[in-house]
Design a protein around this ligand. Structure first.
Ligand SMILES: Cc1cc2nc3c(=O)[nH]c(=O)nc-3n(C[C@H](O)[C@H](O)[C@H](O)COP(=O)(O)OP(=O)(O)OC[C@H]3O[C@@H](n4cnc5c(N)ncnc54)[C@H](O)[C@@H]3O)c2cc1C
Length: 483
């Protein structure tokens, strides 16, 4: 039995800790904030609950490897209702609405009616979603035996050329396959972040198979269940305790030092951002070439953050598809000038997001490292003024599309790259890892540090794209090194 200190109680830290307890190791989990969850968190503001994460959770379908882990760690369970939205999103452009229905046949038929001239391109698009979705279903259901490379599986799909080509196409480039400006707009904006077109086939395919849905209550309740599981298995959790250093002697970590205490250990797993772990916790004594390379080439694989405004609205919003992508009069958010904003009314989870008839709504705009740098360059007062302006601009964009909401909106809170970075120490306030774009390759990192055999890294940064699935998978992978 080993004594393990896990740094950070986000998804990776919670999964690693619970799985280690299941293997009878002794685990101390240390988190700097006053609650678990990290980037997967929800907050309460005057009795109103806001979910700052879960738009979809991969692994909600029974009988696949990720679902098994969510259940083992208490995140999901027999009594947890899964909400399956009918669409992945609806996109409005110059009077037309393009909807990514879960039912692919229905979506294909509707798109063809909207733009008959695009019939061939629409069919190709939906077939790619179907094929990638079926492949992912097979992979996750563990039905594929042996060690077959992902690219060889993709090559075996019908129309694989089209699918492989999409890895070298941005969504904007792919959108040019269509003539309809509304379809072009929908494809360009169909997914947050900067990943290539293939990633959207992947996400929409998984969604269409019912494996990327939302557990009722979202992030806060899910991570609280994981905390309960951790404690029930005998884990020691320290909240509001910031790790300052991993102490090394004779090329091995022997303890973890926080502001107040020192914790002896046989192993350390840091789930904090790798740059923070290497620079702050390991005092720049170790390097991981891959992460230096990725940061040096950040223009080719940008990171994803957001400007996300949360509102409470006293109106029936059931006529607004959740989520809806709007074409707005351009506004500047950070460095970015954008004509696109996502509106997400949370009416689909009435027990948690409708309080006294008021519905929680989120407004979302993509951000990246350049926006982070922009906000970071402002003085405190400038930052306050600029973020207030952006919040107003985003609310005005909402009212301009839905005038009936005027006078019925209460502002709750917002998050932006600076707030996200400060809350979790994630580089550039990114809530995913480096993107898998048309100009970059997919990367994967095994969590090991050269010359430091008992310290491992886990978390969203360990693989392209990131998100909760990467946090979970990386945690499951590194714990195999703990003997
Ligand atoms: C607005 C938003 C929407 C999102 N939507 C989705 C979605 O729909 N689906 C999805 O899969 N993912 C989504 N994500 C991404 C997902 O939340 C993250 O990728 C994932 O939760 C990352 O988990 P992690 O454990 O790797 O990292 P983190 O959550 O960053 O965990 C690291 C933890 O370490 C703690 N920490 C940092 N420094 C220290 C220190 N010195 N001492 C102690 N503790 C420390 C942090 O506070 C944090 O709790 C979203 C995120 C955001 C913000």
């Amino acid at each position: 039995m080993a004594k393990v200190v896990v740094i950070g109680a986000g998804i990776a830290g919670l999964v690693a800790s619970i799985e280690l307890l299941n293997k009878n190791h002794e685990v101390t989990l240390i988190e700097k904030n006053n609650m678990v969850g990290g980037l997967c968190s929800g907050y309460f503001l005057n009795n109103t609950y806001v979910d700052c994460c879960l738009h979809w959770l991969m692994g909600t379908k029974e009988g696949n490897s990720i679902n098994d882990i969510w259940k083992e760690t208490g995140a999901l369970g027999e009594d947890i209702k899964i909400i399956s939205l009918p669409t992945l999103g609806s996109y409005e452009y110059q009077g037309a609405t393009i909807t990514f229905y879960r039912d692919l046949d229905k979506a294909e038929e509707e798109w063809k009616k909207i733009s008959p001239i695009d019939e061939k391109a629409i069919h190709k698009f939906f077939n790619a979603v179907r094929h990638v979705g079926s492949l992912m279903d097979l992979v996750l259901s563990k039905k594929i035996k042996g060690n077959i490379k992902a690219i060889d599986l993709i090559k075996s799909l019908p129309d694989s050329k089209h699918i492989i080509k999409s890895m070298k196409q941005s969504r904007e480039e792919y959108s040019k396959n269509f003539i309809s400006p509304a379809i072009q707009f929908a494809i360009k904006n169909c997914q947050t972040g900067y990943n290539n077109m293939f990633f959207f086939f992947d996400l929409y395919g998984i969604f269409s198979k019912g494996n990327a849905d939302i557990p009722e209550g979202g992030a806060f309740y899910m991570t609280q269940r994981m905390q309960e599981k951790f404690i029930s298995l005998g884990g020691k959790l320290l909240l509001s305790e910031t790790v300052k250093e991993i102490l090394i002697k004779d090329k091995l970590a022997y303890a973890v030092k926080t502001e107040n205490k020192t914790f002896d250990c046989d192993y350390v797993i840091s789930t904090v951002d790798p740059y923070y772990t290497l620079n702050e916790l390991l005092k720049k004594n170790y390097k991981i070439k891959l992460f230096n390379k990725l940061k040096d080439n950040i223009e080719s694989n940008p990171v994803s953050s957001c400007f996300n405004v949360f509102l409470s609205i006293n109106e029936d919003l059931s006529d607004i598809e959740a989520p809806t992508g709007l074409n707005i009069t351009p506004i500047r958010v950070g460095k970015l000038k954008t004509d696109f904003m996502i509106v997400r009314p949370y009416y689909y989870d009435q027990n948690h997001f409708i309080i006294n008839g008021k519905t929680v709504v989120s407004l979302f705009v993509d951000q990246n490292q350049d926006d982070y740098e922009y906000f970071n360059s402002l003085s405190k007062d400038e930052y306050k003024e600029e973020t207030s302006r952006i919040i107003n601009d985003m609310i005005n964009a909402l009212i301009s599309r839905y005038p009936k909401l005027k006078g019925k909106i209460e502002y709750l809170m917002s998050i932006d790259p600076i707030k996200i970075g400060n809350y979790t120490n994630t580089s550039y306030g990114s809530f995913q890892s480096f993107s898998f774009t048309n100009k970059s390759s997919f990367y994967s990192y095994n969590g090991k540090i050269k010359d430091l055999p008992n310290v491992f890294l886990a978390g969203q940064w360990c693989r392209s794209i990131g998100g909760t699935p990467t946090a979970l998978l990386s945690a499951c992978s590194v714990i195999k090194n703990i003997k």
